[in-house]
Design a protein around this ligand. Structure first.
Ligand SMILES: [Zn+2]
Length: 309
């Protein structure tokens, strides 16, 4: 038999569990980085919150009689769910990767969608693991607008900012250097990167690669090489127009973060009609191929200019 005090306590416990659930889902970043078993156990919390008071209410209603099989069933299920949650949380605490040192990471892109395409999932993974992530986009991408009506009110800056929010970047700066003419502003871009590295002291920079056929991308790569000479690690990412001479030697596992990369890319709505490389299956396939090359489920691939462990 359950006393009225116990019933009140169980209702209080259920309300607390629902409150915890609400906060966990509110801080989706936490949930994003959880391995699948831990995500499953978090998903079980509402079930427990329903089962426990249901069991108590049943017991309370049949207090004068012997306990029914339904009551035993509910109680047993409640215990199994609780044990499942505890085992998974122990697993999470035991095996979750812990960053040894907080890193400051800076991602550079010529156009508003370059960072997402090249290293979007990696940036989110680093953020979830407790590092600090920043981004600079050097042009507002007006050259990539095919709809003449959009030229008057270029939406690409807003799209980049929304993409940055999906990747949970600590900061994103979108600059106004002339799109498709960044090679004429390489000196200025170099100064921007130099100033930024002086202020942030990044441990790791992501930038375009030297093989890229787009002159804006190459301009950002060359400016980075000059400005980031004191940065310990510089990794070059690939874009859809990167030629096959790109030979990655660094792979970062991103299977947990791929759906968020696709979500960030979807923020660039103005590009989806005219750019087949933004398509979801293409992004998934490239990540699978790169993952396969490094015996991982899915990965983003980089050419390391400098890699400091
Ligand atoms: Zn680009």
């Amino acid at each position: 038999m359950v006393s009225i005090e116990e019933l009140i306590f169980l209702c209080f416990l259920s309300a607390t569990l629902l409150f915890v659930m609400f906060h966990i889902f509110r801080f989706r970043l936490l949930l994003t980085g959880l391995p699948r078993p831990a995500r499953r156990s978090v998903g079980m919390l509402p079930l427990l919150a329903v089962l426990m008071p249901a069991n108590s209410a049943l017991e309370f209603s049949v207090a004068q009689q012997s306990r029914s099989p339904v009551g035993y069933g509910l109680e047993l299920t409640g215990f199994i769910v609780l044990a499942f949650i505890i085992v998974n949380l122990i697993w999470l605490i035991r095996f979750s990767p812990k960053p040894q040192k907080k890193m400051i990471i800076l991602a550079l892109g010529a156009h508003p969608d370059d960072i997402e395409l090249g290293c979007g999932a990696t940036l989110l993974r680093y953020k979830v693991e407790g590092h600090e992530t920043h981004g600079i986009v050097f042009s507002n991408g007006e050259g990539g607008l095919h709809d003449p009506q959009l030229k008057n009110c270029n939406p690409r800056k807003r799209e980049a900012e929304r993409g940055g929010q999906v990747m949970h970047l600590d900061s994103l700066t979108v600059m106004e250097f002339p799109d498709t003419k960044l090679n004429t502003k390489q000196e200025d871009i170099m100064r921007v990167i130099e100033e930024c590295t002086r202020q942030l002291h990044p441990d790791l920079i992501f930038t375009h690669n030297r093989h890229d056929l787009h002159r804006d991308h190459r301009a950002v790569y060359l400016a980075t090489m000059e400005a980031a000479r004191r940065v310990p690690t510089v990794l070059c990412y690939e874009n859809p127009n990167t030629p096959s001479s790109f030979q990655p030697n660094c792979f970062i596992e991103v299977s947990l973060y791929l759906e968020h990369k696709i979500k960030a890319l979807k923020c660039h709505a103005s590009q989806h009609i005219s750019r087949p490389y933004m398509e979801e299956d293409l992004v998934q396939s490239l990540a699978r191929v790169r993952g396969g090359q490094a015996r991982l489920r899915a990965a983003e691939a980089f050419e390391a200019i400098r890699f400091t462990l």
